[in-house]
Each structure stands twice: as C-alpha cells, then as structure tokens.
Design a protein around this ligand. Structure first.
Ligand code: KE4
Length: 433
C-alpha cells in the first residue's frame, strides 16, 4: 500500500494490538480483499474521508443504515436535541412510542414491536418467540443466509446433502447447531420436503426475503408466497429477517414490496438511522407472549434508547412519500446499468443482483440465485476490482458476498464518477485475468 494510506496503516497497527484484527466486526478487516483496512475520519452525504485525507464515494453506508447518507442535517439535529435531554433513562420515553407507531404503521406484519440494540438480538428474539409460541425447537434457514451471530444461527450446511446444521464457528455447541436445518435459498421444494418430514418439530422458517449476505439475491418468483403457503399448512411460523431490507427496498420493507406477510419480522440498520437500534415484531397474539405481557423473556439496558429512537425517527421522516424510493430506484438503476456496460466493454463477465438501492455485481456470467451460485463467482477478480476502485476514490463493501448500498445523498454526478472509475477498474481486472 502506498503512502496514500500511511496513516491508515499506522492506525491499524495500533488497533490490531488492542482488538481482534484491529476491528469491531470481522468484515472491516478487509481480509476478503487481501489488503489492510482504511481507517475512517468523517462522512458527509455520499462521501467518506479516511485519516489520510482521501475522499471516497461510499457504497458501504455502514452496511445499510445510512439510507439518507452520512451526517445528514435532520438526523444530526434530532440526535443533538435528544442528547440535550439525556442519553438513557432505564425508564420509558415517548420517543420509543413514536418510533413504535412509525414501525407498526409502516410494516404490514407488525402489530406489536419491541426495540433491541442489534440485528442479532432482533433475530435471536424473534426465534425465541417462535419456539416459545409453538413449543417446537427446530429452525429452518437458508444456506448463505446471515442473521447475526447468535449460536443457533452460526450454522452451516452439514456435509453432503444433509440439511442438518453444523457449527460454523468454534464455541457453538453441536446440540444447538442441530436444531437448525439448512436449505438452499430460492429452493421452495426443499422447504416443503423438510416440513413434510419434520414439520411437527419445526418452530419457524427464518429467511431474508431478499438475500443480502451472499451478495444481493432477489427471491425467485413465487418463492416467498410459497413459503407463506407451506408454513400456513403446517403451523410453522414464517420469520422475515428484514434487518437489511426493512425500510430499504420499500417503506414497508420486502414484505410490502412482495405482498407476503410473515408472522414475525426482524428489523435493524435503517430503523436506527445509524445508531445502535433494531427491533422485532409481529402478530399481536405472538408478541403478547413477550415479557412482561407474557412468559417469553427478552430484555436490554439500552433498548429503545432516546438517541437511537431520535435518529430512527428522523431517518424514517426522510423516507416518507414515494419520491424517496423513486429517487433511490432511479439512482441505483443508473449505477447498475453503468456497471454492466463498463464490464461488458472491458470483457469482464458480471451479473448484477439488485432490488431497489441494494445491489451486488457478481463476477460471473450466470445469474446468481443461491449461495452455490454466489460462491462460484471469481472472488479474486472481485478483490482486484475492489482495490482498483478504492485507489480511484470509491469505497465498496469489502467482499463479493455483500450488498452495495445507494443512499438519497448519491447524486447523478457521484454515480457517473463511480461508473467512470469502474470502467478503469474492470480493465485492470481484465488485464490481470
Ligand atoms: P447486526 O447484529 O450486525 O446489527 O445484524 C445482524 C444481521 C442480521 N440480519 C441481516 C439480514 C444482516 O444483514 C445482519 C448484519 N449484516 C452485516 C452485513 N452483511 C453487518 C456487517 C457486519 O457484520 O459488520
């Protein structure tokens, strides 16, 4: 790495001594793209600046929360106002009620909601509600689906075609992993077969309605409707993990976009406007089982904290009305088309998976519909593309298996500059192929 990144290199060397990988979440260590991470100093709109003073058009967007952009005036003002009245009480505030009203009003499948502090907590709690309500223990998830790092969900497909989960991390007990069953994403018949065979032991199907953690993979036509139908016929609950898609692909999330209502929903990222906030919610009869209304326990010191509530409310305010999503669609479609043309001109094979303002250029000639398709991509080529884009002042999520995020702050100029940088980066990839 040149002197362009000298201060990031120095910062990382200190951080590494104090924190695993020098980071607080593994993906930030840049291991998937084979280089040292850059350290951020500030963000504004669609741009971030690192500690060396290098500016970048940003498509990480904090991995989803910053749908309005960095340091947006309305969000910062709301946080400042809330902070002046105190940061946390351990007692209810009206800000929680206001954000709860917004969530219940926006998300079709949520009658009752509980705020937590991360997407991991949201999916873990939704799973507990499903298990508590059904008295069943097994959970079905998609191979390549990511729902945070709770034990039952750090599970990978077992060897061969078995659906039995095995731990994807040391520290996850086999006994817990075995309660998780794995199916290929977009394979409805695999879910139907599992439920036919083991339905009486299955509490829920937990799915990203649009996969975002194998790269962005849309649901196949009829897939979500089929999941709804097979769950209805067997007493298995349907949980949509909308931590990434909630308020991202539509104001009501993917369930509003595809008109399929789950029994429980996990939310995160956008709902907290960049502060630690997530939520789970669902049918009234299910959520009334959560303490203190019912016996299913879940709690959190900073759950519903006023600053995150204020940031979430200010962000959702900016998403009111169709124009926000129309703008996100126009900007993102412009980017996707530009990437496809630039890759074709450089004779680099990509296919773009996109729903609204979340998208992934897959380095493969064939459309990606599941995790097997995603892992067949040329990740080396992605790594070279990533590094060339970074040097050109465009920062991407540092893995082929992540989604890029476009915000309301991405101007047409920023998109055109990104496409121009991509045209050169694809040529670098083609040359080194
Ligand atoms: P958190 O616990 O990281 O807030 O949320 C976990 C989670 C749950 N469900 C979905 C669909 C998610 O995408 C996530 C987290 N997404 C990753 C990005 N792939 C967060 C980035 C990171 O791990 O640092």
């Amino acid at each position: 790495m040149s002197k362009r990144y000298a201060k990031s290199i120095a910062a990382h060397a200190i951080a590494k001594r104090l924190m695993p990988g020098g980071v607080n979440s593994p993906v930030r260590a840049y291991q998937a793209v084979g280089r040292l991470p850059i350290t951020m100093a500030s963000g504004s709109g669609c741009t971030v600046t690192d500690v060396d003073g290098n500016a970048y058009i940003d498509y990480v967007g904090s991995f989803g929360p910053l749908i309005a952009g960095h340091a947006v005036d309305e969000v910062i003002a709301a946080i400042n106002k809330a902070a002046r009245h105190g940061t946390s009480f351990g007692m209810p505030t009206e800000l929680e009620t206001q954000l709860a009203q917004a969530v219940v009003g926006a998300v079709p499948g949520i009658d009752v909601v509980r705020f937590v502090n991360s997407g991991t907590e949201a999916t873990m709690s939704a799973m507990r509600v499903a298990r508590g309500a059904t008295g069943r223990s097994k959970i079905v998830k998609a191979i390549g689906g990511y729902h945070g790092h709770s034990d039952a969900l750090l599970v990978q497909a077992g060897s061969g075609a078995t659906t039995l989960g095995s731990p994807s991390s040391p520290g996850v007990p086999e006994a817990i992993a075995r309660t998780t069953l794995l199916v290929p994403y977009n394979d409805l018949s695999a879910v139907e077969q599992l439920i036919a065979e083991q339905g009486d032991d299955i509490a829920a199907v937990l799915i990203e309605p649009i996969a975002g953690n194998m790269g962005c993979v849309p649901p196949a036509d009829g897939y979500l409707e089929g999941l709804r139908k097979v769950c209805d016929g067997s007493g298995v609950l349907l949980i949509f993990d909308e931590v990434m898609t909630g308020f991202r692909v539509a104001y009501g999330g993917a369930q509003a976009l595809y008109h399929v209502k789950p029994d429980l929903t996990a939310l995160g990222k956008v709902v907290g406007g960049g502060l630690p906030c997530a939520a789970y919610g669902g049918r009234d009869d299910l959520m009334r089982r959560v303490a203190p209304d019912g016996p299913i326990y879940q709690a959190g010191t900073l759950s519903g904290n006023p600053l995150a509530m204020a940031a979430g409310l200010a962000t959702l305010e900016l998403l009111q009305g169709d124009e926000a999503y129309a703008q996100l669609e126009q900007t993102s479609a412009h980017l996707a088309a530009g990437l496809e043309k630039a890759a074709a001109d450089a004779k680099v094979g990509i296919t773009v998976g996109r729903v609204g303002s979340m998208l992934t250029p897959f380095f493969t000639d064939t459309p990606v519909t599941d995790y097997a398709g995603a892992t067949a991509c040329d990740t080396e080529a992605f790594g070279r593309f990533f590094c060339a884009m970074l040097d050109a002042g465009v920062v991407l999520p540092p893995s082929q298996f992540e989604a890029w995020f476009v915000s309301l702050a991405h101007t047409d100029e920023a998109i055109e500059a990104t496409i121009a940088a991509a045209a050169k980066a694809f040529k670098v990839v083609a040359k080194s192929a």
